[in-house]
Design a binder for this molecule. Structure first.
Ligand SMILES: Nc1ncnc2c1ncn2[C@@H]1O[C@H](COP(=O)(O)OP(=O)(O)OP(=O)(O)O)[C@@H](O)[C@H]1O
Ligand SMILES: [Mg+2]
Length: 238
């Protein structure tokens, strides 16, 4: 297992995200300190509106904090323009969402290889097959999304996030559209990716049982971290 790899990959200090609506200020995130290391699976729990998506979007450079400092893969992110943020995302981050966002007319293989086309890279069939094997979809390579189950569609989305060799996988409610068994299987896949590939994975979820599968569980309320736990039996990282 690659748990010994404890390099810090994301570090946020005093992160705030305020939204101004007329005279009202919504404090979606209100002073969060967070450190994420390689080889670590971190889940973010909390009630609806507590700031989970806001936090995950900031950590993955999809959104910028109102205040605070953020380092991703050793680079300070504050004040960077969208072009530079794109570069940081491109080299480091893979995204998985509640809606799988697969293109219906493309096969599984074509969907997985899509990010390479955007990067102007030529797909390598051997690498694509390896990634499909990693997510357990070797026998579905030529299928269309409509021929897959929800759990399989989410595996395609995970493979698509892996194809560009992301160091960090970010998943906002990845099991929100799945039944319990498929959701559990997706969390087991995330664990495998953390252990075998040394990825850092950050997941938001409403499912407490799934959340506690992670190495570390962070609970948000009203934009603040109110609890940070390491479920028993989880490896100490860092
Ligand atoms: N663009 C926006 N403008 C104003 N307020 C916003 C905006 N986006 C989010 N918010 C507010 O910020 C708070 C945090 O929202 P966020 O989406 O991060 O919550 P969440 O924990 O992901 O909730 P859920 O579990 O429902 O997905 C909420 O009160 C929300 O209404
Ligand atoms: Mg959310």
């Amino acid at each position: 297992m690659s748990k010994a790899n404890n390099e810090v990959i994301i570090e946020g200090r005093g992160l705030k995200r305020y939204y101004h609506r007329g005279i009202e200020t919504v404090k979606a995130l209100d002073g969060v300190d967070i450190t994420i290391r390689k080889g670590e699976m971190v889940s973010i729990l909390g009630p609806s509106g507590s700031g989970k998506t806001t936090l995950i979007n900031i950590l993955s450079c999809l959104d910028a904090p109102t205040d605070g400092t953020l380092n991703v893969a050793g680079k300070p992110v504050a004040g960077l323009k969208e072009d530079d943020l794109v570069e940081i995302r491109r080299g480091n981050l893979g995204f998985v969402f509640q809606q799988f966002h697969l293109l219906p007319t493309l096969t599984v293989t074509e969907n997985v290889e899509l990010p390479l086309l955007f990067l102007g890279k030529k797909p390598d069939p051997v690498h694509t097959r390896e990634v499909l094997a990693m997510v357990g979809l070797s026998d579905r390579a030529t299928h269309l999304p409509s021929e897959l189950s929800g759990g399989q569609m989410q595996r395609v989305a995970i493979a698509r996030a892996l194809i560009i060799d992301s160091k960090i996988l970010v998943a906002d409610e990845p099991t929100g559209n799945l039944d319990r068994v498929s959701g559990e299987a997706i969390f087991q896949l995330f664990k495998k990716l953390v252990n075998e590939k040394g990825l850092a994975i950050i997941i938001t979820t409403h499912n407490m049982a799934f959340g506690y599968e992670a190495d570390r569980v962070i609970t948000l309320e009203d934009g603040k971290i109110v609890k940070e736990e390491r479920p028993p039996g989880k490896a100490q990282v860092g």
